[in-house]
Ligand binder design. Structure first.
Ligand SMILES: [Zn+2]
Length: 324
């Protein structure tokens, strides 16, 4: 990561003169979109398929099955729906995707593999022009969208924010937007040769210890919920307690590395598995790992993983990208 503390770009002159209208889109179990006017979310999010269509647990990854063309089509249709009536006023559209994004191209997307190599920015721009929307389209990593959304909702668009998303994989997002790569979910946190559960195939990675998928591979006979339940009992299961410690130590190690490289600051923790987090245990390990006093001014805060935060973040990032 290069100059992470760079100040965010201010909105373009055209955005300043009139009302700035932006659309944010995220890909979760559905495609969600929201319209922002002057940075504030207007009304409810729309989704594809719409909320009225119930999805069962097996549909969690319905987007994984969808060919790239269909994903692009679904996004274009949803953006057109959101823009209805003010097509000409939409200055920017931001799409947050899980994966490594560079210059509008998805270079790696372990959770949506069909998108690997797709020139998503180009395809969406063309699709939207075809529908009368001439907005600047930006593709952002979803963990960075989360960071931008938190910065916006907490009124901290001028500060440096890092976010861990602890779920199926481990996401790491930063705000403000910077060119570069920060796959900190794949930080090497152990030199143990047996640590090879990461979805990317790399050895010793944070996600290989903390990711939901990796935990299921490690404990073939227990679900992650059962592992933490057994670790938190009055008489803990030793194997589960050891794992709980490893889980927290790994997160502390990756966080400490980030602090040693880029300074202390504010960290948010989110994702569906923050329920396993013992903040005191994490702080205790961090305290053992960071001893230089100028680096001890960090803070940790748990926040809910809201779809709206990501949508706002995708929109804010797209708006800041106009004219960049
Ligand atoms: Zn990895």
């Amino acid at each position: 990561m290069n100059d992470a503390a760079a100040t965010p770009k201010s909105p373009s002159p055209s955005a300043k003169s009139g009302k700035s209208m932006t659309i944010g889109v995220i890909l979760a179990e559905r495609v969600y979109a929201g319209l922002l006017v002057d940075h504030a979310l207007q009304g409810k999010l729309h989704s594809s398929p719409p909320e009225s269509i119930k999805m069962d647990a097996d549909d969690d990854n319905s987007l994984v099955e969808m060919p790239t063309d269909s994903v692009i089509h679904a996004i274009c249709e949803l953006v057109t729906e959101m823009a209805k009536g003010h097509e000409g006023l939409i200055g920017a559209v931001g799409i947050a995707l899980p994966g490594l994004i560079r210059q509008g191209v998805v270079e790696e997307a372990p959770n949506l593999p069909q998108l690997k190599g797709a020139r998503v920015q180009e395809l969406l721009t063309a699709g939207l022009v075809h529908r009368g929307i001439h907005a600047q389209v930006s593709i952002v990593n979803d963990a960075d969208a989360m960071a931008a959304g938190l910065a916006s909702l907490h009124g901290k668009l001028d500060s440096f924010i890092r976010v861990w998303t602890i779920g199926t994989g481990i996401g790491f997002g930063i705000y403000p937007f910077t060119e570069g790569v920060w796959e900190n979910g794949h930080s090497v946190v152990t030199l143990d040769d047996k640590e090879n559960y990461c979805g990317c195939g790399g050895r010793g990675h944070l996600e290989g210890i903390m990711g939901h998928r990796a935990m299921r591979l490690r404990f073939l006979d227990m679900e992650p919920e059962e592992v933490f339940e057994a670790a938190n009992r009055a008489k803990p299961d030793p194997r589960c307690l050891d794992f709980k410690k490893l889980w927290h130590k790994s997160l502390a190690a990756a966080t400490a590395t980030s602090i040693h490289q880029h300074g202390a600051g504010r960290f948010f923790l989110t994702g569906y598995n923050v329920r396993f987090l013992d903040l005191n245990m994490l702080k205790d390990y961090l305290h053992q790992m960071i001893k230089m006093s100028p680096l001890q001014g960090y803070s940790l805060e748990i926040v809910n993983d809201e779809v709206t935060t990501r949508v706002v973040g995708a929109a804010v990032t797209a708006e800041q990208a106009v004219g960049r």
